[in-house]
Write a protein that binds this ligand. Sequence first.
Ligand code: SAH
Ligand code: DHB
Ligand code: MG
Length: 233
Amino acid sequence: MTSLEHWAAVDDYLVATAIRPDAAYERTREASHAAGLRPIEVPAGQGKLMGLITELAGARSVLEFGTLGGYSTQWFAAAVGPQGRVTTLEYEPRHAEVARQNLDAAGLGERVEIRVGAALETVRELIDSGAGPFDVVFIDADKANNANYLEAALRLSRPGTVIIGDNVVRGGRVLDDSSTGADAADVAGIRAYLERQGQDPRLDGTVLQTVSGKGWDGFALAIVREADAAAAG
Ligand code: SAH
Ligand code: DHB
Ligand code: MG
């Protein structure tokens, strides 16, 4: 087996044996693929981990950058509970439409607000309208803007807010200086995000590399600290 086949087979085994997501998640994944959306949603194990983190944090409000068909959104919406709310930002109206159908079908639609538009603009509107602070933020839209989204997320956070950034390894391309075009902009955005996480005194985090049927990737996880307390160590 190639590594990708092996990673995918082990991931399938873990999902079927130990992770066992509710069938409603598979329905959203399949409906998204059937609608022609790219199969780039988080793996089930990562979706479940983010749901567990949301529960562990006692989170009631989640902000997501990048909805796609609502697969990751669904994990957050389930985890925030009936009184919780998820605000998710999506550029493509068609993706938002598919996500709306999926989340309604899962019985979670009332907990989710999908804001359609370029996330830099819709997040600016959230900041200007005094929204937040959010308990959990998931950054998973266009990677070139990752550091800008992290900056905006900090403005919508409080000490204790959890900020997760997807796709920070990208098959190892995070180290690749020879990327060109859109890929170079993505790598630059990912590196700026990671450097900011490492250097901003308000952020204290880690990064985990992952393998799955989606290949080799990783996600960053940080908690927002009081700037002074973080500086004092
Ligand atoms: N979080 C989803 C996957 C998101 S894929 C999951 O794991 O299930 C990335 C999404 O970001 C795509 O739907 C894409 O249309 C959207 N996107 C790309 N550029 C964007 C932008 N500038 N603003 C908002 N969304 C954007
Ligand atoms: C891509 C985007 C993602 O959010 C992801 O998890 C994997 C791939 C992409 O745009 O290629
Ligand atoms: Mg992603």
